[in-house]
Design a protein around this ligand. Sequence first.
Ligand SMILES: Nc1nc2c(c(=O)[nH]1)N[C@H]1C(S)=C(S)[C@@H](COP(=O)(O)O)O[C@H]1N2
Ligand SMILES: [Mo]
Length: 549
Amino acid sequence: MMNAIRKPTILTGALVGACFTAALIAVFYLIGQLVGTPFVPFDIFDWVGRVLPGPLITFGIDTIVNIITTLKLGETSSAAKAAEQFMAIGGMFATGVVAGAVLFAIVRRSEMKSGRTVGIVIGLVIGVPVMLISASVNLNATTPPIVNAIWILLAFAVWGWLLAWAYDRLVELGVSEASTGNAVEAIDRRQFLVRMGSATAAITVVGAGVGALLSQAETPSQATALNTGDTTEMAKPWSASNTLPNADDTLVPAAGTRSELTPLAQHYRIDINTIPPEIREEEWKLSIGGLVDAPLEMTLDDIKAYEPMHQFVTLACISNRIAGDLIGTTRWTGVSLKKLVPDFKLKPNATHLKITAADNFDEFVALDTINNDDRVMLAYAWDGLPLEVKHGFPLRIYIPNHYGMKQPKWITNIEAVEGWQEGWWVRRGWDKDAIMRATSVIDTVAVDDAVVGDGSQKLIPVGGIAHAGDRGISKVEVKVDDGEWVEAKLRKPLSDVTWVIWRYDWPFVEGRHTFAVRAYEGDGTPQIETDAGARPSGATGIHTVTESV
Ligand SMILES: Nc1nc2c(c(=O)[nH]1)N[C@H]1C(S)=C(S)[C@@H](COP(=O)(O)O)O[C@H]1N2
Ligand SMILES: [Mo]
């Protein structure tokens, strides 16, 4: 009657897989925080993002952004990063659930006495590719690659072994109780599952909790502290003790208009990494090679030794939607590339620089662009502080008039090449030039801030921003309902590459109204009014806001 013993089901396998995989993820997290080994779910996610075709990636990102904006989950770029992290962990968890089910299915069907070998094999079938993927994309581990490889393989092997051990235990409990009746057997099995569930849940909670505490303890709010070793003194941003260059402009923005200078903590962040590469200044060098007389290496101090330049810059992501929050303005400090390039000793046939970053992101910039525009810069500070890790510490490039996708952060290599090639996002179907579109946004209809105009007419300040790369804004117009387009007043911008703050004092009429805004570029070219999504060249269309006043 041995055959009467019920073998553990595939569903039980999925449950066992869920328990042990949750614990495995927590252990990877905790050990990562403790000793600096990779957190593999993020590595796998980043790798998948790099190998999937561009349209699929774009579709994925669009879907995430749609959900974030529809459910109003907060600032787009940080909500999106949180969503990516959640998906990364969820993906690994789901894989583990399936692995548990598969393992139980295989062992059930076979005549094997024990599933341990199959368990270890399954662990390694997953562990080996994960180890290789992590080795190829991980940017944050501080432990040697060989240690990481061994750790990942070991962890997955033990995990697979434990799945099989659970199967064997369930079988044993079945056998020992087979003679005394099914009810008792079921209770023993259930008890085992409950104990296994509690133990793995405890590991998961403790691992995740302690890991999170550790990660908070070591996150300096500024790269300064991290990279100078100086943790006692928190550097202050430039804007804390300086006035803006247009401070004398008398136009007061309508209440509720965004800050003209984006606080660093609110600047959007977009890149291909679940967690940004953390570069140590001591270990970093900028390598310059390709079509040069002799390859060159520069430290950050070498670069800082050049005469610094400061400029106010509005940066936007090409995937920013009309009135989206993937746009920000701050004060960039660095060196004009035009000043640096002669010291690269380029060969005469070099036409472009290929800029490569720590995360393998790359873009090409024409030497003509560099030589015709002093504003093209290698930047190492934002608002007077060293670049934050997520914004590209230690070095990023700025190229006026182009969306962020043309401008690598975390630069490690510059290679002089002959001829143009497609950069990272261009290869994935985005515009090869990525010239910033003219755009205008209504930030506020300041109903509670009415002013009194001529003949005691009540006026409601309406305001926002307009931007058109380095082409400037010559005029902004506002339309209420089906009225005429009326010119708004413009504030002097912080520089010729930043957004312009506009304000229109609207003669109040009670009711529900739709406000629309449009801008003209410096040379009078009107912004494109037709609605078009961000892909492939940046969103166009008119921003409208409907309010009851
Ligand atoms: N190395 C690297 N640089 C990068 C990216 C990236 O993924 N990797 N993303 C680019 C994109 S698409 C944008 S919009 C800007 C965003 O810069 P920020 O995150 O500092 O706002 O960085 C650009 N530079
Ligand atoms: Mo972007």
